[in-house]
Structures are given as structure tokens and as C-alpha cells.
Design a binder for this molecule. Structure first.
Ligand SMILES: NC(=O)c1ccc[n+]([C@@H]2O[C@H](COP(=O)([O-])OP(=O)(O)OC[C@H]3O[C@@H](n4cnc5c(N)ncnc54)[C@H](OP(=O)(O)O)[C@@H]3O)[C@@H](O)[C@H]2O)c1
Length: 244
């Protein structure tokens, strides 16, 4: 799999940077794909449903962006294993997630069944964890990488409230993964950060959310394109560091 575009100008070959975005077919992920595409990235738009992925990627290609759909169910061992074959990945946005507690009528921690909490960990924590195990070695070979774990204010221990334990616990663990990776990768020019996009109008955020997907994607794209020497191991909202 080539995984990157090469633009030939005379005898100079400029390789475009490659970004992989999970859950890129709708919501914040789709907007991240659009914004990275506009910045000149070759975007691999991950989607668990290949038809939805192709539809979203085709629409962005129609706007002149270099976007390719990639079948990626972040709970699928086969889909994850294939990521290791990618030739190049400069930026990884772990965006795909679920709100598992919503499958239960009572979102109190006293009542949400542990099966739903386990499902939250499977998708929201172990999905990104497995993807990183495939993609970080590629970044290490390149000597460059930017990893953005899309988290939530609901995972902030400093502000932790009740309800939605499956979502909160899985995203707090995702934040811990950010810290672990940032520490292990220090000095390698691979930067790993978490982000709270804010409350965004999507299927997950609902129609009452105050932020557009454009606004929600802004800090994610900023972290995805940090310059060398930029921050690592942090949690950001509106391009400012926030407490864990
Ligand atoms: N919206 C908010 O207010 C808000 C606030 C804080 C944090 N966030 C975070 O922002 C990120 C994006 O949220 P969103 O609002 O855009 O959510 P969304 O509209 O519900 O979209 C979720 C995306 O994740 C994908 N997905 C779910 N399970 C998957 C799996 N097993 N494998 C691959 N893809 C999977 C979905 O694919 P399908 O289309 O196939 O279902 C969809 O593309 C999430 O990490 C969320 O936790 C959102």
C-alpha cells in the first residue's frame, strides 16, 4: 500500500504528509479530515463501514482534497493489523468513539451494567491503544509523528462529576495512554497529546451543542500539526493546556 502522494516538480519530489483519522466518515472526524486535507495532507479517512467511508472521502475529493477511505473498525484485529502495512503516517488522530452508557436508560454509575463499561474501554481506550501499537513504529522509522487522542472534559479528574461511567472511565484511561506514550516517546520527535474539542453539534453532541464541527476540529488540527519541539503529554482545549 503506498499510503502517500508524491508530487513531482521538475526533478524535485515532494512527498505530502499523511494523516490517518479514525471515525472520519462523520462528525468531528470528517471535519478534521477536511481541515487536514486543506492544509495539504494526504488524508486516510478511517471508517468502519467502507460505503460510508467512500462516500465521505469522495465528497472531500470532489472539493479537490487528497482523501482516501480506509476500512477501519477500531475493534477489528484484521483492520488494525493492516495499518502496520502503511508506508507512511505523519499524523494520527484517534477520533472514533462511542458513548456506551446511552444504551442504558439510567446512566448512574450505580446502574450502568459493567458490559457497557467494558464496551467503552474496548472502543474508546483499547481501539486507540491498538492503533498506536501499529502506527508508532512507522513514526519511529520516520523520526516524526503527531498523535492526537480525542478525549473530553468528561474525563477530567479535576472536574469529574457523576453519571456516564463507561464514557468517563474509558476516556480518562485514554488520557493516561497519552501520558504513557508521551513519556516513552520523549526525544523522538513524536508528540502525543489529548484534546477536549468542547461540546460540538454532532450525532454524539446533539443539536443543542454550541460549537460547530469546524470549531470542534480546530484544536485537534492544531495538535495534529504541531511544529518540532511542540508540547507533548498534555491535555488541551481551545489551544490551551487544561488540568487532567
Ligand atoms: N460531540 C461532542 O460534543 C464531543 C465532546 C467531547 C468529546 N467528543 C469526542 O470527539 C470525538 C468525535 O465525536 P463526534 O461527536 O464526532 O461523534 P459521532 O458524531 O458520534 O461520530 C463518531 C464516529 O466514531 C465512529 N466509530 C464509532 N465506533 C467505531 C468503531 N468501533 N470503529 C471505527 N469507528 C467507530 C463512528 O462511525 P459510524 O458512523 O460507523 O458509527 C463515527 O464516525 C469522539 O472521540 C468523542 O468522544 C465529542
Amino acid at each position: 500500500m503506498s499510503g502517500f502522494a508524491a508530487r513531482v516538480i521538475g526533478i524535485i519530489v515532494l512527498e505530502m504528509p499523511v494523516a490517518l483519522v479514525s471515525g472520519g466518515n462523520r462528525g468531528i472526524g470528517l471535519e478534521v479530515c477536511r481541515q487536514l486535507g486543506r492544509l495539504g495532507y494526504t488524508v486516510l479517512l478511517g471508517a468502519r463501514d467502507p460505503d460510508k467511508g467512500e462516500e465521505a472521502a469522495g465528497a472531500l475529493r470532489g472539493k479537490g482534497l487528497d482523501v482516501t477511505a480506509l476500512r477501519l473498525d477500531i475493534t477489528s484485529e484484521g483492520d488494525i493489523a493492516r495499518l502496520g502495512e502503511l508506508a507512511r503516517v505523519d499524523t494520527l488522530v484517534n477520533n472514533a468513539a462511542i458513548a456506551p452508557d446511552r444504551a442504558h436508560p439510567d446512566t448512574s454509575a450505580l446502574h450502568v451494567p459493567t458490559e457497557l463499561v467494558r464496551l467503552g474501554f474496548e472502543v474508546n481506550t483499547l481501539g486507540p491503544y491498538r492503533i498506536c501499537q501499529q502506527i508508532v513504529p512507522i513514526m519511529q522509522r520516520q523520526g516524526y509523528g503527531r498523535i492526537v487522542n480525542v478525549s473530553t472534559g468528561m474525563a477530567q479528574l479535576a472536574e469529574m462529576n457523576g453519571h456516564s461511567p463507561g464514557y468517563r472511565l474509558s476516556k480518562t484511561a485514554l488520557n493516561a495512554l497519552t501520558r504513557i506514550l508521551a513519556d516513552e516517546l520523549r526525544g523522538t520527535n513524536i508528540l502525543a497529546n489529548s484534546v477536549d474539542p468542547g461540546w460540538v453539534k454532532t450525532d454524539m453532541g446533539g443539536p443543542s451543542a454550541p460549537l460547530s464541527t469546524e470549531e470542534g476540529a480546530e484544536t485537534i488540527v492544531w495538535l495534529a500539526t504541531l511544529p518540532d519541539g511542540g508540547p507533548t503529554g498534555g491535555f488541551f482545549k481551545k489551544k490551551k493546556q487544561i488540568s487532567w
